[in-house]
Every structure is written in C-alpha cells, then in structure tokens.
Write a protein that binds this ligand. Sequence first.
Ligand code: UGA
Length: 402
Amino acid sequence: MRIGIVGLGVVGLSTGVVLAERGHEVVGVDIDQGRVQGLQCRRPPIYEPGLEEALNRNFERMKFSTDYSSLSDAEVIFITVSTPTIDGRIYLGYVFDAARKIREVARGVIAIKSTVVPGTARKVKEITNLKVVSNPEFLREGNALHDTESPDRVVIGSDDKEAGDLIQELWSFTKAPVIRTTTDEAELIKYAANSFLAVKVSFINEIANLCERLNCDVNVIARAIGLDKRISPYFLSAGLGWGGSCFPKDTLAITSFARDVGERLRIVEAAIEVNQERPFRALKLLKEVMGEVRGKTVCVLGLAFKPNTDDTRESVALKVVNLLRQEGAMVIAYDPKARSDVEMVTLDECITRADGVIIATEWDEFRGLEPKLRGKPVVDGRRVLDPAKMGQEFRAIGLGVR
Ligand code: UGA
C-alpha cells in the first residue's frame, strides 16, 4: 500500500519504518526542514534503539519531504504530529493544520495516531471531508519498534466500516487483538490507558513515602502486590515520578477536558499532584545525608526521563536539577544519551567531583556502582543500587533508614 505519514517524531518514524519493513511504500512529511534533510541522509532526528538500522534496511521504500503534495497518491495518511498541552489544555493546532494541508492534496483515508481528545477525529472529518479513523498509538519510547510491531492490542475507531477495515488490514500482521470502536471511544481509550498507568505509578510512589516513614522497603511491597494477577507487576516501580512527552501532558489534557464537559477525574488529578511532589522528595532525602546543598557540588546521574532514550521532555531529573540550583548547589551531570544545559561530564568525573549524588534515571550502567559511590552522600531515586552494599550516607526512594 502507499502510506503517508505526517509528523516525523518517534510515533511517525516507528509507524513508517515498521510498515516499510512489511513492504509498503512510505512517504513521510514534516514541516521541520532539518529533520527531513537528516532523514534523507538516513539520520533519524531522535535516538531510539533499532531505528537507524530499520531506516537503513528499508530506505528504498521510504521518502521524506516537507511538501504535502508528495502525499497525493497515498491510500492511507497517518497523522502523527505532536499535541502539546498549553496552559493545561491540549493544543490541536498541529493536527488541524495537517488536516487542512492534506485536504488540499490527498484523497486517502486519514488515520489519526496523535493523542487527541474525543471529538477530534470528527472535526478532522469536517475539515477534510475524507474518511477518518482513530488509531491510537501505545508505543513506549525506548521500545518503540517492538511495541509498533507487537502491540498488546490495536484500537480502531471508525464511523465508516470500510475505512476501519482498511486500517485493520494494515496492522493484521501484528496478530494483536483488534478493538473496533467509535472514534470518540478510541480517543478516550488512549487517555484512559495513560491516565491509569500514571495513577498506578503515583500510587506506588505514595506507598513509597509511607515506607520511608516506617523503614519498610517499597520494592518488597510492590513485588508482593504485583503477584496478584489483578494488580500485575508492571508500572509499580517507585521512583522520582513520571515524566516524558506523554503522561504529564495527557493527564493534564484529559483532566481539563473532563472539567470542560462537566465531569472531574479526581483520581487522575490526585496522581498529578503526587507526581509534582517527587523532585522535592529527592531533595529532602539528599539533605538528610549531606545537610544544606548550598555551595556544594551535586552530581545528577541520568537526565533522560527514562532509560534508553535521549528524551528529556518533562524529565523529573531536570526538575531535580532546577531545585538543586535554586538551593544554591552547583550541578554536574552524566547521562549516556541525553544532553541539557547542565555541565555534562563523564561518569567517573561526575562521581569524583561530587559532594553528593542523586540517581535520577535507571540506566543499566548505573547498576553495580556501589563500590564507587560508597562513602559519598547518595540518593537512589530509581532504586538501582543494592542498599546492603552502601554505607551510612545512603538514602533511596521508598526505603527509609536501614
Ligand atoms: C507512555 C505509555 O507507556 C505508552 O503506552 C504510550 O504510548 C506513550 O506514553 C504515549 O502516550 O505516547 P512513554 O512516555 O514512552 O510511554 O514512557 P513509559 O515507559 O510509560 O514511562 C513514563 C514515565 O513513567 C517515565 O518517566 C518512567 O520513568 C515512569 N515510570 C514508569 C515509573 O516511574 N515507574 C514505573 O513503574 C513505570
């Protein structure tokens, strides 16, 4: 099939390379010229495991352009542009701009993968007069290709049976269960899923707070409750909270959307509030082991919002950095992939120069650092260290004093 993709971020590129790998002809369009030029030279604009290799393998079936007219003969056009939150509300301008530009050049079925509030697909249909399907994406950054090829489910919201069938056929190779719904339901499914996961993490983070008071270990609690199949062990890792390009914006978008239509999502609102406190917990623990941080050098290990990505959007690590700076600390950092305006040094230098250390992202290479860190004030914000191998000046989220 001839496939168009509008918006070449992690969702658009993963969709594109996975479909190209299945033999489809893919044209990717983005308004960012630098991004398109990089892709034309086989350089992905983001780090995502396997993406560059997949792009190279399928390059002959992939084209990239800033020109929407290259979508003219696409049978399916995925909209995968970003949907940021501005002042706590979803901003749909990029989706509607894409829709208006598609209308001028194309006749294919539009499949919206961007996370959008219920009612958006219906508006895109009004704008374009084309068939519009809601086909939300559930991939995780860092696992994007795997999740696109092997999703837990494929959700297809469509008010037009034929258009829905076409998208269902496109993803049939995944063998995943297919849920056919209305467009509004498909749009809401995506928010319900992300909100639920965010609530789950905030829940275990509150239990972690309680564990710190009681000198209990939240990992033990999480393991035990996770064995209950109704709870499941996933998304029960206590830490410095959730960040990234999805949970923070999606929880805000759906809670404000709910209020706009006269309902409240109180549990999701509480999860947001719990999450906002997480950086302060890290600072509190650090002060317990090193006193005031003013004038001292603090090393933050990990800046990405989670491991295996260079993405720092809404990263809790950066919030911790800002808090430390506000308190007068001098901050240095190490991250295997991510960059920011913090002074970046090697892992060894970061540890040697620091008066105190906060582990903010659970990169694998931080495991086993106990011998190097022992003796320094350390806060393990992601539970990567073995407390038994650490000394007195050690605190970890959800652990209390051992
Ligand atoms: C999330 C969802 O997991 C995907 O299903 C969804 O498609 C995506 O958002 C999206 O809407 O596009 P992602 O943002 O890549 O994916 O990251 P996650 O792996 O879900 O992690 C989100 C945050 O929660 C990270 O900051 C992570 O450190 C934190 N987290 C996650 C925890 O603190 N504890 C956990 O147990 C799990």
